[in-house]
Design a protein around this ligand. Structure first.
Ligand code: ADP
Length: 683
């Protein structure tokens, strides 16, 4: 059975002097509770009719109606059924109406006793049913229009309408509703069809008002709580946004990590917030970045044990945050850690750094661990980490992960760019060198040979000069090819290293005599050997390559120093496991910006086309490869243009303290690659 006419409308049609008022749902709840309490706290046996829009609203109040039913047998509850509500007669009468009935949009409560009479009769405006996606959050804002009054006449009018409806929905109750008519509605004033609001008939309205105020206070309190939690949520959202914004703006990993710990530590008001970078299989990590509040001990730079660390293991396995409210009671820290061998590590941390509550947040990016963030509470009284705070820290960890990947990708890109630039430089240098160092001697050889061939009567002195020139240019070409091959063997790992125990001074002597022999007949700067052999330990090295490096550095020094200049070789102990060899000259020097690039393949400061000194641009690249191979370092220094250059490189010392000198023949057998290839050629 469904009636489409609104009860509110029916009343307003009857009582024309009444204007409906607007009520929020929360006010209606307070009013109806106060009215129900009035019934429960009075000795009267009243008529009670309550109509709920839906069964679910009635369900919240069902227990009250059970109690109300103890007061009177004239209690009627109406609702649109949803699950198990139906028309029945038990403690009180329940009347189910169809969901499309006008009552489904309305909310009524009528109470009529001897001492009081009141009604609350409303219909919902714009009816946005709480089935909507906004649900309960919007529920209290729902609005109703209607009348709430203590006016007996109006209340009786409403009761009549409702009883008539009940008789229609449940005709079997007609006898009971007629009784209600006789008992409660008989005093209806005959003439009062146009009713005017009058004062409450209650002789003492105080208890009712007090109840109403209590309900309103409770509502206000709920509102306050909701506002507080909303403000806290907003603050956290702001914190998340500000961290996200700050970390995403930077492409510097250190800065990202510092901003994250700082903002998170300050924002959540924790005692300590730290981050360390690590991978799944790392056994140890160093605390990189830290935020500490005043008075809290720093752990920055400390080593964090990751192997056999139950917290770390659990975080990796679950990819989730591990929260420990009380470190003294946590099983992982107090039992598992001892079983796994990290008990002492945790005990030290907990006691020395006063960690009473602990949050460990792994930073993942697409399943790859990038690091760990930890929050420590360091006061005597531990705290329980709130789910909201954990969710916030998780969200920040995700943002930090994204920012780190972004920064690393950028750094990789920069590296790649640098490599590309270096490759490009090498390519242009290669073109220039090949152009100059191959074409020039080739043309000379061709001219010499053509002259010799076309002029058989050439004077013997002249033909000798032609032959010498052709031979020396062929040698120049061969040098280039030789250096090419040497470098590619070194880079490709095709060199067999013969480690021997040697005296470095003998290798130096040999390299110097090689260079002198090569420059025989030409004016060259003086070479001073400043080494004092008796103070130097023996070295463990492939002597052939050591002589090669020394010879190349000396060759360069000769090339770029005027004949009246000076070249010096010195060796010093480094205090460590290496000797440091220095080849310095008083020549043209090297610009500060080129001190690194001189070691690149094919680098020549003035470009091959303008070179008078000759050379392949591969000498220093070969030296770097050789020194790198024995685990040493090579570098250049120069006070500036025309102020000379200093080349340093390190050589490993023999591990034992045996000071015996090697036989002279050992070093003397070494030849530079050029000499070797010369030998081959002569053979
Ligand atoms: P090259 O065969 O051209 O000498 P290197 O690789 O040996 O090739 O040297 C590369 C470049 O480094 C040289 O062309 C020169 O510009 C610079 N250089 C090397 N040694 C010295 C030095 N002692 N003084 C000044 N410049 C030097």
């Amino acid at each position: 059975m469904s009636i489409s006419k609104s009860v509110v409308q029916q009343l307003l049609d009857t009582c024309t002097g009444w204007r409906p008022q607007m009520y929020f749902k929360s006010s209606l709840t307070a009013l109806s509770h106060a009215m129900e309490d009035l019934v429960l706290n009075d000795s009267d046996t009243p008529l009670v009719i309550a109509s709920f829009q839906r069964e679910r609203y009635y369900r919240q109040e069902a227990h009250r109606y059970k109690r109300i039913a103890n007061k009177s047998n004239q209690v009627y509850v109406l609702a649109a059924p949803e699950t198990d509500f139906s028309s029945s007669s038990s403690d009180y009468e329940t009347i189910a109406f169809e969901p499309d009935d006008a009552l489904a949009q309305e909310w009524h409560l009528v109470i009529i006793g001897k001492h009081y009479a009141s009604c609350l009769i409303c219909r919902e405006r714009n009816v946005p049913f709480p089935d909507s996606k906004y649900g309960a959050a919007m529920d209290t804002n729902r609005r109703f229009e209607g009348i709430w009054t203590f006016d007996r006449a109006v209340t009786i009018e409403v009761a009549k309408i409702m009883l008539d409806r009940i008789a229609v929905y449940r005709p079997e109750l007609t006898t009971k509703t007629n009784q209600a008519h006789d008992l409660y509605l008989a005093s209806e004033p005959e003439t009062n069809k146009t009713l005017v609001p009058i004062e409450s008939p209650l002789t003492n309205p105080d208890p009712f008002v007090q109840r109403l105020v209590t309900y309103l206070q409770a509502g206000q309190y709920k509102l306050l709580k909701a506002n507080k939690s909303l403000a806290a949520k907003q603050q956290k959202e702001r914190l998340l946004n500000s961290v996200t914004d700050a970390v995403r703006r930077s492409l510097n990993t250190k800065q990202i990590l510092q901003v994250a710990v700082q903002k998170l530590g300050e924002g959540l008001g924790v005692c300590r917030c730290i981050i360390y970078r690590c991978h799944e299989n790392d056994t140890v990590a160093t605390v990189d970045r830290e935020f500490i509040s005043p008075g809290i001990k720093s752990v920055k730079g400390h080593k964090w044990q990751l192997a056999n660390n139950p917290l770390f293991q659990e975080a990796i396995a679950s990819t989730e945050t591990i929260s420990i409210d009380n470190t003294l009671e946590d099983e992982r820290l107090n039992q598992l850690a001892w079983e796994q061998g990290t008990g002492e590590f945790f005990q030290n941390l907990i006691h020395n750094y006063s960690i009473s509550s602990w949050l460990l947040v792994p930073i993942f990016y697409y399943g790859k661990l990038l690091g760990v963030m930890e929050l420590h509470h360091c006061e005597a009284e531990p705290i329980a980490w709130k789910p909201d705070d954990i969710a916030l820290v998780d969200a920040i960890a995700t943002q930090v992960g994204v920012a780190l990947i972004q920064a690393e990708a950028y750094a990789d890109l920069e590296d790649l760019n640098e490599q590309l630039e270096a490759l490009d430089r090498t390519r242009s240098n290669l073109v220039a060198i090949v152009g100059h160092e191959l074409r020039t001697p080739l043309s000379t050889i061709q001219v010499c040979l053509e002259s010799l061939a076309s002029e058989p009567d050439m004077a013997p002195e002249l033909s000798q000069i032609m032959l010498d020139t052709a031979l020396s240019d062929a040698e120049r070409m061969r040098n280039l090819v030789q250096d090419f091959l040497t470098l590619s063997r070194l880079e490709g790992g095709g060199v067999e290293w013969n480690l021997e125990t040697l005296s470095i001074t003998e290798c130096i002597d040999l390299a110097v005599s090689n260079v002198k022999a090569r420059n025989q007949g030409q004016s060259m700067p003086e070479i001073k050997n400043l080494t004092t052999p008796e103070d130097l330990p023996l070295v463990q090295i492939d002597g052939e390559w050591l002589v090669e490096v020394l010879a190349k550095l000396l060759d360069n020094a000769c090339k770029f120093t005027q004949a009246d200049g000076e070249i010096a070789i010195a060796v010093k102990t480094n205090g460590g496991k290496t000797l440091e060899v220095t080849v310095s000259d008083t020549g043209r020097g090297i610009e500060n910006s080129s001190l690194e690039t001189v070691f690149d393949r094919f680098y020549q400061e003035e470009g091959a086309l303008r070179r008078s000194a000759g050379g392949t641009g591969l000498g220093l690249a070969i030296c770097r490869q050789v020194v790198k191979n024995w685990g040493g370092k090579i570098w250049a220094e120069s006070p500036g243009k025309d102020q000379g250059s200093i080349f340093h490189f390190t050589v490993p010392i023999k591990a034992t303290k045996n000071k015996s000198q090697p036989s002279a023949s050992k070093a003397a057998k070494y030849t530079t690659s050029r000499q070797k290839s010369n030998k081959k050629q002569h053979n």
